[in-house]
Design a protein around this ligand. Structure first.
Ligand code: 26M
Length: 821
């Protein structure tokens, strides 16, 4: 199934023009001749949306009529990026739309650029949710996505004098044509208050008297599958004050304070917390999480009731996948409703949630596991806290039975952490109440079994699964890299690789063919020219597309070791400077490209950004170096920027300390786009190097199993530091890269503090960089590796991940609606 049957008469060029003009005149209320690029984008997006809405309504009806089992995907984040091109490509209509826009005097690609990114996520976990929605829709799975409609997404990053500044990202400024506000779908969400034991029908019954009530309003976004009529729904909740609440205030005559409460309620979905990986226990965040899951659970129950089946059958029709432990309260909320509202017994209710819920863990370091202070939880959600105690009580009895008199086991496994302060451990809670928990790569899942949750694994080995993440080849290849996609279709003699990415492996057979290699490197070159144009436009810096484009783009974090990269760049710079003219001729010219945001309160990460920028100023202005080395930091890394950078990369770096990155999904996107991988044996790189072939990727550094012993050697001053590494630290210290105070950064690498082992891995890193330079000099060899990177990346389609979730955890089947009614 590769071309879409033309069931809709509304998708030919003339109809597209007609609908576009209609929206200009009636939705925007403007004249045809008086429309700017933004207006044209909006009119176009509206006409695409109309096509999606038809399919989406039909799909929802089809699922309902057929009574199929469905999955609800719960995530606090969806890092979607732009939607216009995605929608048009998934409809299979890019040619028609391009022609229609041309007839009206517009360039389709220019209109794509008008759209603001929907950045409702920090990074990997949020982007994963977006890729999964695309795959679930494409493979016709009956699924819903649920999340929050933040008014402000991930902050906008500006760099001034090398320093990161954060600005609010008001992504809704020009409206959001992709959403439908559903004022008919609204649920009350309660907070605070007290619980009382009461007698109901002669039985004791816990009642919750909440103190605050806020409404959750649904905003629906259609998610089109690729070349299928099926269109899923992503339902994002937005907070609104409840009317009753307002009325009380009006009656007391205090109009203005009631307006104040209005904005107080809206604050719940105002901003995405600009933090990642390090957990922060803020009250507003807890309220956001509960707000999302309570609205979602109410919505699931409302729909389930339409089936007229008993609540004990809930797991036969609905399963819930939680993206990390953030939505775990969904299970507690369902338990509460079943017991307190529906009058079911605890045991029966508990069985229902256990059978329905499953959870994906994205955390590696135990210290990053989510935990909430009991004091806060008791204040905000007193009834839920009771239920958590009850769950823990039953659970600890099971532990006691399995390991009698083992206080250590009880202390480690308890859902409640007792000292030094009292916390609810959300991951423990999630493992206890779910029937399945999975890691996101093989190495990560193995660490979960042996290091993060070893006791839980001993108790319930069957609950622990491994499902390697994936990314959607539609956005990351077909849309972002047209040049290469066309080539692949030509050489595979079929376009169907976009739906069956395993077909890419056939490229391996042809990787030595001269004409393929030539066309392949030409495609790469075109993408590099486009990126060079973007760099010149944004930074005013000229870079040569003949150079090796060496890219590291991801959140800035110590464990991801951008610092190791820039230290090597400094080493490379000083080495080149000390060379004779003769020696310089042999140097491979490189453009080292960085992009990434640091959490606003993460001082060391911010000073890494500062250092990269300061180094770039010195090197890029050094006439003595010219094109041999350039350093670029592109501001405001986001999905749409990744779509420009990734197709243009010759080399991409994934160099986290082994055992610290759960997965790292960007490496998959780079490999698909023919970028060669430079990485450590961590997260996704372990599996990528197996698929692509060890000799075709460049790996280096301490292996995960050696990390603890090397760490202690470093801590005890027993590790001899490489003199080249130390030399770089001293030139930074000397002020060669600006007067900024880099002392805290340098101290994080010295005096036994080098927790992420930069100094330990540096010599191996230098060596592997030399091998890369040598390989780049032999185009046949390099192009072959590049083709093999793409050929070996078939496994990393999110279609494969989703099939595994569907078969192993959700037990759901595709339900394809073949066309309109
Ligand atoms: C939690 C509580 C309060 C505020 C924020 C958070 C929080 C939000 C996001 C914590 C962590 C968050 O994201 C973590 C994340 O993105 N993890 C990444 O997930 C990817 C997909 O599985 C993996 O590829 C990455 O290795 C992993 O770091």
């Amino acid at each position: 199934h590769i071309s879409l049957p033309s069931y809709s008469p509304d998708t030919d060029v003339k109809s597209i023009e007609k609908f576009f003009v209609h929206h200009v005149e009636y939705t925007l209320a403007r004249y045809r001749g008086n429309i700017n690029q933004m207006g044209a984008y909006r009119a176009l997006a509206m006409s695409v949306r109309d096509r999606l809405i038809e399919r989406w309504k039909d799909t929802q009806l089809y699922f309902k009529k057929n009574g199929v089992k469905r999955v609800a995907y719960l995530s606090m984040e969806y890092l979607i990026g732009r939607s216009l091109q995605n929608a048009i490509v998934n409809l299979g209509l890019e040619e028609n739309f391009s022609a229609a826009m041309k007839n009206l005097g517009y360039v389709l690609e220019d209109l794509y650029e008008q759209e603001a990114d929907a950045g409702l996520g920090y990074s990997g976990l949020g982007r994963l949710a977006a890729c999964f929605m695309d795959s679930m829709a494409t493979m016709d799975y009956p699924a819903w996505g649920y999340g929050l409609r933040y008014k402000y997404g991930m902050f906008y990053q500006k760099i001034k004098n090398g320093c990161q500044f954060e600005y609010p990202d008001y992504w809704l400024e020009n409206g959001n044509p992709w959403e439908v506000e559903r004022l008919d779908i609204m649920y009350p969400i309660h907070f605070y208050g007290t619980c009382k034991m009461e007698m109901v029908d002669g039985k004791p019954h816990m009642a919750w008297y909440p103190q605050q009530k806020i409404l959750a309003v649904a905003y629906d976004t259609p998610i089109p599958g690729y070349l299928t009529y099926n269109t899923l729904n992503l339902r994002l909740w937005s907070a609104q004050p409840s009317k009753e609440f307002d009325l009380d205030q009006f009656n007391s005559g205090d109009l203005y304070s009631s307006l104040g409460d209005r904005s107080h309620a809206e604050r719940i979905t105002a901003v995405l917390y600009p933090n990642d990986s390090s957990f922060e226990g803020k009250e507003l965040r807890l309220k956001q999480q509960y707000f999302m899951v309570s609205a979602t659970v109410q919505d699931l129950l409302r729909r389930f009731r339409e089936s007229k089946r008993q609540l004990t059958d809930f797991p036969e029709l609905v399963c819930v996948q939680m993206n990390d432990s953030h939505p775990t309260l969904a299970a507690i909320e369902l338990l509460r409703i079943l017991i307190d509202v529906e009058g079911m017994s605890y045991d029966e209710s508990y069985k229902v949630i256990c059978k329905s819920f499953s959870f994906t863990n994205h955390v590696v370091a135990r210290s990053n596991l989510e935990k909430w202070s009991i004091e806060l939880m008791e204040k905000v959600l007193p009834r839920h806290m009771h239920l958590i105690y009850e769950i823990n009580h039953h659970f600890l009895q099971q532990v006691e039975k399995k390991w009698p008199n083992d206080q250590g086991k009880l202390t480690h496994m308890s859902i409640i952490e007792e000292s030094p302060e009292r916390y609810v451990r959300m991951a423990n809670l999630a493992i206890v109440i779910c029937h399945s928990v999975n890691g996101v790569t093989e190495i990560h899942s193995e660490m979960m079994r042996t290091e993060v949750f070893p006791d839980f694994f001993k108790l319930w080995p069957e609950r622990f699964l491994s499902i390697t993440n994936g990314v959607t080849p539609r956005r990351w290849m077909l849309e972002a890299n047209r040049e290469m996609s066309d080539l692949i279709t030509k050489w595979l003699r079929t376009p169907s690789w976009t739906l069956n990415l395993d077909l890419l492996s056939d490229l391996a057979r042809q990787s030595d063919v001269g004409s393929l290699q030539k066309q392949w490197s030409l495609a790469k070159h075109i993408n590099k020219e486009r990126l060079a144009g973007y760099i010149e436009k944004t930074l005013g810096l000229k870079v040569s597309p003949e150079s090796l484009f060496d890219v590291q783009i991801k959140r800035v974090h110590q464990y991801k070791r951008q610092l190791l990269n820039i230290i090597y760049v400094i080493h490379r710079y000083t080495t080149i400077k000390s060379m004779t003219i003769e020696e310089r001729r042999k140097v491979t010219p490189r453009v080292v490209i960085f992009a990434g945001k640091a959490a606003a309160n993460y001082a060391i990460a911010k000073s890494i950004i500062q250092l990269i920028n300061n180094v770039s100023v010195v090197i890029n202005n050094d006439k003595n170096i010219g094109d041999l080395l350039k350093v670029v930091f592109l501001p405001n890394y986001c999905v749409s920027l990744a779509e420009i950078i990734i197709p243009a990369a010759d080399l991409s770096q994934h160099i986290s300390t082994a055992g610290t990155e759960a997965c790292g999904t960007s490496a998959m996107k780079f490999a698909m786009n023919g970028s060669i991988i430079l990485g450590t044996m961590d997260g996704s790189i372990v599996e990528l190097s197996k698929e692509i072939g060890e000799t075709n990727v460049f790996t280096f550094g301490t292996r995960a199993y050696d990390v603890p012993s090397r760490r202690s050697a470093v801590r005890n001053g027993e590790w001899g530091v490489d003199s080249r590494f130390e030399a770089v630290l001293s030139v930074i210290e000397r002020g060669d890269f600006g007067s900024h105070d880099f002392a805290p950064l340098l101290n994080s690498l010295r005096y036994g503090n080098d927790y992420y082992l930069l100094s330990v891995d540096f010599p191996a890193y230098v060596e592997v960089q030399d091998n890369i330079d040598a390989a780049y000099k032999i185009p046949n060899l390099w192009n072959k590796k590049s083709i093999l990177s793409t050929a070996g990346s078939g496994k990393f389609s999110s279609d494969r991940s989703i099939k595994q979730y569907a078969n192993q955890i959700w037990k759901i089947k595709p339900a394809r609606r073949s066309g309109p009614i």
